[in-house]
Design a protein around this ligand. Structure first.
Ligand SMILES: [Zn+2]
Length: 79
């Protein structure tokens, strides 16, 4: 197990809803697992594929930056 993995299990990242463009926070592990994420404002559902996991990155900060690049750009979301 990557030593950083436990550090991100409860970490949340910023997500921008592709429908209503509002921002909310979701656990990074749910996003990396391709689980369904629901916007709290408009109830739009989205999934992010191919985000990858912490072990592919040098540090927690680099990984979170990588994830947020995707969750803040709606064309990465798939449902
Ligand atoms: Zn929304």
């Amino acid at each position: 197990m990557n030593p950083h993995q436990h550090e991100v299990e409860n970490t949340r990242v910023r997500v921008r809803c592709p429908e209503c463009r509002s921002h909310f926070h979701e656990r990074v592990y749910r996003i990396a697992s391709g689980e369904r994420v629901v916007c709290p404002s408009c109830r739009c559902e989205m999934r992010y594929y191919g985000v990858g996991y912490i072990h592919e990155h040098e540090s927690v900060a680099a990984y979170l930056h990588h994830v947020e690049e995707r969750t803040n750009h709606p064309h990465y979301s798939r449902d």
